[in-house]
Design a binder for this molecule. Structure first.
Ligand SMILES: Nc1ncnc2c1ncn2[C@@H]1O[C@H](COP(=O)(O)OP(=O)(O)OP(=O)(O)O)[C@@H](O)[C@H]1O
Length: 656
């Protein structure tokens, strides 16, 4: 999937060269901006070419790929294209309504913002029009030529990551994967190519005299030309394919609007041939309706509209706060992890409205960063409509709303309420998810800390050498396998006065816990303690700068060695995580711990001081270190030396 990977990394870059910049396409004489005819496929492309005398632009490569997918889609819920167009139209009206707060002239004598759907069965054209904010030439190129939309970007990324990247199997319709995702994510404007062989967009901004017409047949390029007499807003004309003309039937349109767009807070009109209009949606913002009037399907649709997430809401919170301040919040907890959870800006995605007028979806501080997976809207009756987006963060009313949102949305002060809700797996708990209370209640009396081990894979963590000694003493260790664990643990520090302690860091302090009988080492064969100390000294000398220290271990029962971080040093898993995220981390030296009861250690200890054993012991010291690295999933620094030493050791053992 070579193409797929490139696709995933390039998505954020808007790239829409005029076709004159595309290699192999010569501009016509005397013109630098009027692009030539594009080598086109027969049929519809020819038709567009003949009509068009505007500039021609190539779609960003990812868009072309997406369009190919759309055009060949066997996706049965094609109707979602209408949801996407209505959603865009409604956003465009929201934007104009907001702009008109400070510039009322923008609305002129057309203040009734609405979406109008007009089917024309004779020409086979379906029009979805709004009288919203419109687009100028540059916006048209940026918005309808590249992928800038977060949801669509995530869709293409998933497609690229899960497949061969050329999208071929999806295009063949053999695979339900992409089709499923189209419905879940919604792929915005481009989804109209599922039903249209050609799309024309006529648009004008409220404060500009010049309008524009964008056209494309969805096969690699689009054209843009000035349009005289364009009405304010945006009018999308879909030249439907023969097989998709069902979307011209009023009954079909009504049903689709009702199913997907009923919650939209402005009227959606259906206009018939004789110009009569009927409103086909409820027309009031969903969150402003009483809870009892809303069913689950409506909440679900609103979630899809607002969240651009696959799946359904896992939990819905709809609250009207009354009293000193009034606001409504409709918030959703998604049922899967949002794709942008680890973006560095940690921006939340809750939209702020003031009395049904959309203000911003970037209101810093409305939701704390750690709850940025929450989706939804907050609508306040108390904020001033002309509140500036820049000063919002310091607004005292907003501060009250912030604390009022279920009370959970305050940072550190809320940790005592949040921590009891968190569940963990543990070394002793099998598949069970433990609460911290359960863990603390079952701790042996002498245990003072909550032990945990962090890494990527819970099963691998269970098998880690560092937990052996804890298991042997009946001490449960929590498995922290989520990357985010590394970040909250140092901040939270303790629960019910028991500090969190990594078992891969610092001294284990296990001698006050009794080892279970079945795990007790056989002491009959143990070398005198002095010999182990000599071995430790030899290993330390041999490994020199490669380790911070070498010491005997209490943590190990079955494995001969393990690595741990020294007290106060960076946790080994956190170090790896930071490196993966391209953070500069100074090289950390680790402590090598050796199991004094292991047969191998005992055998080596007995060799110390024997004549001619030094070379074999030095090889063994390196091999012990390499083993410990392998157990940590770390690369061995010198693989060829490792192989040589190992082969030497095996052949010596075999020939002796
Ligand atoms: N009817 C419209 N009026 C004005 N601008 C529009 C309209 N339709 C689309 N656009 C512009 O085109 C952009 C791309 O639209 P698309 O549907 O592909 O994604 P999107 O709506 O931006 O996605 P998201 O809702 O995640 O932001 C929009 O962000 C908007 O700027």
């Amino acid at each position: 999937m070579a193409g797929g990977l490139a696709l995933a990394t390039d998505l954020a870059t808007p790239f829409t060269p005029p076709l004159t910049d595309v290699p192999g396409v010569e501009p016509p004489a005397g013109s630098s901006h009027i692009a030539p005819r594009v080598p086109s496929s027969p049929g519809e492309s020819e038709e567009v070419m003949a009509e068009t005398n505007g500039e021609r632009h190539a779609f960003q490569a990812e868009v072309s790929k997406l369009l190919g997918l759309m055009a060949n889609s066997l996706y049965r819920d094609k109707e979602i294209f209408l949801r996407e167009l209505i959603s865009n139209a409604s956003d465009a009206c929201d934007k104009l309504r907001y702009a008109a707060i400070t510039q009322p002239d923008l609305l002129g004598d057309d203040a009734a913002l609405a979406v109008t759907i007009t089917p024309d069965s004779k020409s086979g054209v379906l029009v979805v029009a709004d009288n919203g904010i419109g687009m100028n030439r540059e916006e048209l190129i940026d918005n309808l030529g590249t992928i800038a939309r977060s949801g669509t970007e995530a869709f293409v990324k998933q497609m690229a990551e899960s497949h061969g990247g050329d999208g071929q199997d999806e295009q063949d319709g053999q695979d339900g994967f992409a089709a499923g995702l189209i419905g879940q994510f919604g792929v915005g404007f481009y989804s109209c190519f599922m039903v249209a062989k050609r799309v024309e967009v006529v648009t004008r901004k409220p404060d500009e005299a010049e309008g524009w017409r964008w056209r494309s047949d969805g096969t690699g390029s689009f054209s843009i030309a000035p349009e005289a007499d364009a009405a304010r807003g945006t009018r999308i004309e879909l030249h439907l394919r023969k097989d998709d003309r069902e979307f011209l039937e009023p009954l079909r349109i009504r049903t689709v609007v009702k199913a997907y767009s009923d919650h939209i807070g402005l009227p959606i009109w259906l206009e018939n041939d004789s110009g009569q209009k009927e409103m086909v949606n409820e027309g009031s913002a969903l969150w402003s309706r009483p809870k009892t009037d809303i069913d689950e399907a409506q909440y679900r649709e609103f979630y899809h509209h607002i969240a651009h997430m696959p799946g359904d809401p896992w939990h819905t919170i709809h609250l009207h706060a009354e009293g000193r301040i009034e606001y409504t919040a409709l918030l959703f907890v998604p049922d899967s992890r949002p794709f942008d959870l680890f973006e560095p800006i940690r921006q939340h995605r809750v939209r702020l409205y003031v009395r049904r007028v959309f203000i911003t979806d970037e209101c810093e501080g409305l939701i704390p960063p750690y709850l940025r997976f929450v989706r939804g809207v907050v609508d306040s009756s108390d904020l001033a409509l002309n509140v500036s987006r820049e000063t919002l963060q310091n607004d005292p009313i907003l501060a009250k709303i912030r604390t009022g949102l279920e009370g959970l949305y305050e940072d550190a002060e809320q940790k005592d309420r949040l921590l009891p809700l968190v569940r963990f797996r543990s070394t002793g708990g099998g598949d069970r998810w433990l609460s911290l209370d359960e863990y603390v209640d079952s701790m042996p009396e002498e245990q003072e800390a909550i032990y945990y081990i962090s890494g990527e894979d819970p099963d691998a963590l269970r098998r880690s050498p560092q937990v052996e000694g804890f298991r042997a003493r009946g001490i449960d260790v929590l498995l922290m396998a989520d990357p985010v664990d590394q970040f909250w643990l140092p901040v939270v520090g303790a629960y019910k006065e028991k500090s969190f302690r990594s078992v891969t860091q610092g001294a284990a302090d296990l001698d006050r816990f009794a080892v279970r009988d079945e795990d007790k080492p056989d002491e009959t064969d143990a070398p005198p303690p002095g010999e182990i100390d000599k071995l430790i000294a030899l290993v330390k000398l041999t490994l020199a700068d490669a380790v911070k220290d070498v010491r005997t271990s209490e943590r190990l029962t079955d494995s001969p060695v393990c690595l741990v971080a020294d007290e106060g040093d960076l946790d080994m898993h956190l170090e790896r995580l930071l490196r993966q995220h391209k953070h500069e981390v100074p090289a950390q030296k680790r402590v090598l711990e050796i199991n004094p009861s292991h047969d191998l250690t005992r055998a080596l200890a007995r060799m110390v001081g024997q004549k001619g054993a030094t070379e074999a012991l030095e090889d063994a010291a390196h091999l012990l270190m390499d083993q410990a690295l392998i157990l940590e999933g770390e690369p061995v620094p010198d693989p060829s030396a490792f192989t040589k030493r190992l082969s030497g050791l095996i052949s010596r053992a075999l020939t002796e």
